[in-house]
Design a protein around this ligand. Sequence first.
Ligand SMILES: *Cc1c(COP(=O)(O)O)cnc(C)c1O
Length: 409
Amino acid sequence: MTPPIHAPMTSFAVCGDDLMVGGVTLAQLAVRVGRTPFYAYDRAALSARVEALRTRLPAAISLHYAIKANPMPALVCHMARLVDGLDVASGQELRVALDAGMDAAEISFAGPAKTATELAQAVAAGILLNCESMREIELLAQIGHELGLRPRVALRVNPDFELKSSGMKMGGGPKQFGIDAELTPQALARVRELDLGFEGFHIFSGSQNLRPQAIIEAQQKAYALAHKLAVESDVDISVLNLGGGLGIPYFPGEQSLDLAPVGENLAELVERARQDMPRARLVIELGRYLVGESGIYVCRVIDRKVSRGQVFLVTDGGLHHHLSASGNFGQVIRKNYPAAIGNRMQSDQREIASVVGPLCTPLDLLADRMELPCARAGDLVVIFQSGAYGASASPQGFLSHPAVVEVLV
Ligand SMILES: *Cc1c(COP(=O)(O)O)cnc(C)c1O
């Protein structure tokens, strides 16, 4: 049996031995950036991704970008022109979203432990708050009263189902996210008493899913739950956020998600909503699916060592910049991200090598015994699928090495 391999990486062109980024060789880009390590995000690839997704989705679906996947301000500006809305998860992300020029009407804010200050920021900005608890509902009423503004609220519901075979479960069972479905009628009654501007529901059940059937099932169940809650409490819904969960292939054996069935199912839900809740706009909010494949992490080989027969490419980059590629951001069993030597793309001299970083821990591993072109000091190691949950999801202060640079090309 042949071992599973990585899905082909097609977001970046190859010209001879060089990986190309935004029309220049990676080596030239590295000079232009001025130092390694860096993340490079490709504008054309980001635009193409949104375009390709739009052709599969019914036109009536609103596409939101969840900026926690990659909050680099220049990238958020680029995305803001391509999508219908932005989802933020903190007061700082809200500032980035507003700076990017997104209409406040199309920004929503989800996340537990929103502080009173963050809630006030959101009310003052006029964005939609996805409420996660009774405390938030009470506080919003108070803040609205103080500011003389009517807070716009949706209830984030912790559903009574889970997203099957998901990388990370965000709903179902006991969770810190959202209001349990069975407590939602009570929360709705309170929202009504306090005269908050109720707009609808947000049901996000999980992340990084590559199985269309599982995503379809979760979206159908989210729809059915929202409809049931709306009917039972006799509320009018203008927004139904069905969450996201669309995954990208990271590990050997994984393949790109087949979007066709997901799009068809959403088209059916749009049709049903025309009958069931005619004022409601259906929203999906995606992070990694929109930006993950359009980014690479680049670090330089500082030293090549052979220890008892095993080759180590010791680089200036590591888990402090790219925690998820090291396997320490939620993976149960560590697996390799797709990787390459960006200035030896066509080399047929290959060997098994491990890519490690400068940190004093064996966890600082970017590739574990992977087949790669034979590399030397000075060469550029590339980790693909790095546009989401990279720099901002990594412990950059650990060991006090320089912070990573990010460029949008
Ligand atoms: C993290 C998050 C997302 C984005 O998840 P991805 O897996 O990156 O698509 C969307 N919505 C909410 C509420 C989130 O917390």
